[in-house]
Design a binder for this molecule. Sequence first.
Ligand code: GLC
Length: 538
Amino acid sequence: MNDSRLSAPWWKTGVIYQIYPRSFQDSNGDGIGDLAGITARLDYLAWLGVDALWLSPIYESPMADFGYDVSDFTAIDPIFGTMDDFDALVREAHARGLKVVMDFVPNHTSNLHPWFLESRAARTSPKRDWYIWVDPTPDDDPPNNWIAYFGGPTWTLDEKTGQYYLHNFLPEQPDLNYRTEAVKHAVWNDLRFWLERGVDGFRIDVVDRMMKDPLLRDNPPNPDYVQGRDNPTRAFLRVYSERYDGIHDLIKEFQRVIKAYENRVSIGEIQYFDDPHQIAPYYGDYESDELDLPFNFGLMLQHWAARTVRQFVTAYDAAIPPHGFPNYVLGNHDQHRLASRLGWEQARVAAMLLLTLRGTPFIYNGEELGMENVTIPQHQVKDPQGKNLPGFTRDVARTPMQWSNAPYAGFSTVEPWLPLANNYETVNVEAERAKPDSILTLYHRLLGYRRRTPALSLGSYRPLLEADDHCFVYLRETTDQRRLIALNFSGEAQTLALPDVTESNMGQLILSTLLDREEQVDLHTLHLRPNEGVIVEV
Ligand code: GLC
């Protein structure tokens, strides 16, 4: 390991694995995953070779949005276990060298959070201005045209006090008002509760939505919106309902709370921007000024072709300010499964891409098995987005983790809360660990290789063959290490004539996505099989 890797913060060299706790491992036979279940599976994560786990929310919650509606930010929901279970998970994770990152949901609370109950009690409540309350128009309508992410207006009328309250998501998720100082103090205190308990950082939910236009102006229509094709909540551009002036100052305050503790990371969920220049400002003006890692969802938005992905990566890499560090995401609990989007052959190419780019990689649980979307009949849909907007359920990617071919895939001893994939008898951890050419073996090999190769975590990124339509080829380099990555995005064999990168033009192919060759290769005629990616030491 060279010096730079030793001195770089863990979240620049590490790989972060997202756990959706409801679906990871059930330990108490209720069909829902829990903290003790996660602890029981830590050895798997250590073997896999990731460095940190991020837990989707486990706070006390009425579960209207499965934990993204929090009724107490300092309590564990009994469905997931107890505070002792949480402490045990952190202790056991740390003992294995794994960091623990929590999801934090500051934009809104549950409508059953004591703050909201108090706020809603009367117009004169001392906490009335902790949320955003507005009088109806003279026609008794909501104050503007804002649409909630899960459908319907962002406004719900409280009959008792005769005012509307704002919610960017469900009516059960009222938005906090960050123009009220006391709200910030209360939220920062809840953050400190977990920092004191030893968590290694936060993934901050919809962090850029915390500031809205105080004049509550109408959002303009979205010119790209196609009715019938697009999610109907995209009909307007969210110009006034989020990311409003003051958002960067607020994120800075947030960051100062976290950075008062050593070695913690802040990861922020911002818009799904396909223009990298819109991501850059969330790094702030100097190192650690705003978010350490503002999420980059660009790889999920690009048409999956060598040219478009290369162009995006190159533009994004260049757009990151010198004091910032990039990151890449290929899947999460809100999106369709990677293998369903790209097919299982390209899912391997995507894995090699993710784990060889310059930027902290995020892996969503189950992607390493090649888990696919599970079709959920409408009457079994649990996700509020899928209930309100049929066809847009996120349940498809939230089904139970497939551990083995045992009943219920080893996830539980009873029928799980969401249906299991039909293919779990072959697509599961136990079967794939035993198979030398499985996608799980590929992830394991890639993770191990990345960990011992500083060029892959901290090296520079340089694209080659920039006009090629089928392959994406790049170098990752430190002063004393150089790796070439060549990814065939096409279903046909390709032969690449690479420019001179070594004196002899020979390199050592160290890993193929097909896991069946390690050999000397001539870089003037580098052969790639259909859908093959390779790492070459040069
Ligand atoms: C984020 C979460 C999503 C949740 C929403 C509201 O986008 O990823 O799952 O529903 O915020 O909290």
